[in-house]
Design a binder for this molecule. Structure first.
Ligand SMILES: [Zn+2]
Length: 371
């Protein structure tokens, strides 16, 4: 009897110190968050797979139409998207959540009105569209991003990093001022002693054609990011992939689809690698989204910007141990500005309180559903 009283008292004491953050639901399991963006990848392909009207020589610039159709054309939208993005539709959509399906009255949109990259990444990581950001110029962001905010938390200091194909990201995250680890564009990895794969990645950076001077090939950034995870085990990692946007601007629908498919394959490999690592297994969330959409016609699918109708439409997908498996969400409208607070919220941090202009986190994503 006496022993039980002591046990009860200690339990009450424990509950009291656990405090209000734990009172509303089960304990938080997420300790690490990976954010991946696929630049300018349209909701049309995300939800519907390959678009038949673009698998041609003129509108899509496709050299081998029959080969492309064999690879990605299927009779139904569901089969097409599962073929194009097997990890997204086979794993994230089943075990996590997907926002942005306009056929389910659940549009996801950017609010910045610009419909190009810097304003989009600012909205995504700073939590609001900012009228001061009017170009992709390499100008330091006036706003604090959620990555900077998280890197200021004592428990996360130095454990937040970004690997990006596009060389404007150091300015978007203003890493020169805040010391955030941002690796971007055609620069070699400096992380001595280099691993064998890091040395190979650096060799490729040196020898590959600089096809886009400001944007490296996705495979280079993927390898650099993967090695960073293995060597340094970051708690928060952003990986920005850019080939989808570049091939679309170049009117190469075959290479645009291929880049999306390779991005999905990379996510699959990364996710399974993380589940083999004790630092990440069962306590990592993954958020996947894009900075903007593109036009919806044969003429303007290559393009995006303030005058391009439909380029405001996006998609957002989340998977993790605290995110209920609600699948493709219906009847919920979301915005790009909600991503920042979601990234923080997955880690139990309140970005909206620290950055008052930030939109709230996505609904029912950051904490397992209340019983
Ligand atoms: Zn673009």
């Amino acid at each position: 009897m006496f022993a039980r009283t002591i046990a009860t008292v200690s339990l009450l004491g424990f509950l009291a110190t656990a405090g209000p953050t734990r009172a509303e639901g089960p304990p938080r399991r997420v300790e690490d968050v990976i954010v991946v963006t696929v630049d300018g990848f349209r909701h049309q392909e995300f939800f519907g797979g390959a678009d038949e009207t673009l698998m041609d020589a003129k509108a899509g610039g496709v050299p081998d139409i029959a080969g492309l159709k064999r690879q990605y054309w299927r009779e139904t939208a569901e089969a097409r998207r599962e073929t194009l993005l097997p990890f997204v539709w086979g794993t994230i959509a089943k075990q996590g959540q997907v926002f942005g399906d306009r056929t389910r009255n659940a549009p996801a949109k950017l609010t910045n009105g610009k419909k190009f990259s810097y304003p989009g990444y600012n909205e995504m990581f700073c939590g609001f569209g900012d009228d001061r950001i009017i170009s992709n110029a390499k100008v330091s962001n006036p706003n604090r991003s959620v990555l900077e905010f998280l890197n200021e938390r004592p428990s996360l200091k130095g454990r937040v990093a970004a690997y990006c194909t596009w060389d404007v990201f150091p300015f978007i995250f203003r890493s020169a001022q805040n010391g955030l680890h941002v690796h971007a564009g055609w620069v070699p990895i400096r992380d001595e002693p280099l691993s064998e794969r890091q040395r190979l990645a650096n060799l490729l950076v040196e020898r590959l054609p600089r096809y886009w001077p400001d944007n490296t090939f996705d495979a280079v950034t993927m390898e650099a990011a993967r090695e960073y995870v293995l060597k340094h085990k970051p708690r928060v990692l952003f990986i920005g992939l850019g080939e989808t946007d570049e091939w679309a601007h170049g009117r190469r629908y075959d290479l645009y689809l291929r880049a999306a498919h390779e991005s999905d394959r990379f996510l699959d490999e990364l996710w399974h690698m993380l589940q083999q690592m004790p630092e990440y297994a069962g306590k990592t969330a993954l958020l996947l989204t894009t900075d903007h959409g593109r036009g919806g016609t044969q003429a303007d699918w290559t393009s995006h910007g303030p005058g391009v109708e439909g380029a405001e439409n996006l998609w957002i997908a989340v998977i993790g141990p605290d995110t209920p498996a609600l699948g493709v969400r219906s009847g919920v409208e979301t915005t790009q500005s909600q991503v920042a607070a979601t990234i923080a919220g997955l880690l139990g941090e309140d970005f909206a309180a620290a950055s008052p202009r930030s939109a709230p986190a996505l609904p029912d994503v950051c904490q397992a559903a209340k019983k």
